[in-house]
Design a protein around this ligand. Structure first.
Ligand code: AMP
Length: 280
């Protein structure tokens, strides 16, 4: 295991390995769990070198309180990664990532992908994601970068950015890892109270049942049913439950006959905002 905080040191190490080594990249915000580890394992299996970054990116938080409360567990993270002897950890400071500050970079145009769901509820979020991922791609220069389907819209945005900028790398999407009761693993789960954790288990149940209703019910009926289920908990607060086209993430009025439907949900369980999705 190697650990770097400085861009210069990481690049010197990677350069010394020679241009023939393939580099896989796993960007994370830390507070690592088995979802992150599944991405790491895939990257280790497919590349000579693997860089896993740990960086809580301020520019993708639209809510200062959320940024403050985001779990930061670098010591535990490094301990967990010790089992993966080949990993190269990159944990830079904010100044290292943004040496010239946040403000002076051009905005991305991800339209229409960023006009719905997370983009609509978290203004500026995807622009911040685009900026930080672009910066990390420039630093690490990977052949492959690994992202989870758990953040379905983010994955679509990153693929779009890579295409827009003609980046010579492959974006690899990885399935969502779940707890035994189906709750999607997330760093934010650490902040759930025991009561909120209990109610959060309803999220995957609603998604799975929504999927099973598809042949018999209309899109509108499924949306109304799902909204009702979340409201009936008397605890969870729904930001949105949407059914969208997998290809462009635009909301559907009718099912795509050839599949390619994705149901996406964002819910507050107490103070913790959770997202999840299911493709069908
Ligand atoms: P984050 O640290 O939340 O920014 O996530 C870093 C990467 O891990 C992103 O590509 C996420 O989509 C991915 N990820 C987060 N949770 C999971 C999960 N439960 N299963 C698979 N990948 C995940």
């Amino acid at each position: 295991m190697k650990f770097f905080e400085k861009v210069f040191d990481l690049q010197a190490f990677l350069n010394a390995k020679g241009a023939n080594s393939t580099i896989g990249f796993v960007p994370t915000m830390g507070a690592l769990h088995n979802g992150h580890i599944s991405l790491l394992k895939k990257a280790l299996a497919e590349n000579d070198l693997v860089v896993l970054s740990i960086f809580v990116n301020p520019t993708q938080f639209n809510n200062p309180e959320d940024l403050k409360n985001y779990p930061r567990t670098i010591k535990e993270d490094v301990k967990l990664l010790q089992q993966h002897v080949d990993v190269i950890i990159f944990a830079p400071s904010v100044e290292e990532v943004y040496p010239e500050g946040f403000g002076n970079q051009p905005d991305f145009d991800f339209s229409p992908l960023d006009k719905v769901m997370e983009g609509a509820f978290r203004p500026g979020h995807f622009n911040g994601v685009g900026r930080v991922v672009k910066r990390f791609f420039e630093i690490v220069n990977p052949q492959r970068a690994y992202f989870g389907q758990k953040d379905f819209q983010r994955l679509a945005i990153i693929k779009n950015m890579a295409a827009q900028l003609n980046l010579p790398l492959e974006i690899i999407s990885c399935p969502t890892e779940r707890e035994t009761d189906g709750l999607a693993m997330s760093s934010r789960n650490r902040n759930l109270t025991p009561e909120a954790r209990k109610f959060a288990a309803a999220i995957p149940v609603v998604l799975n049942e929504a999927k099973s209703m598809q042949p018999l019910k209309t899109v509108q009926q499924v949306k109304e049913w799902a909204t009702g289920q979340i409201e009936a908990t008397g605890f969870l607060q729904l930001d949105y439950f949407e059914i969208a086209d997998v290809k462009n993430l635009q909301h559907l009025q009718n099912w795509n006959p050839e599949g390619n439907n994705v149901a996406c949900i964002a819910v507050f369980a107490g103070k913790v905002r959770l997202i999840d999705n299911i493709v069908f």
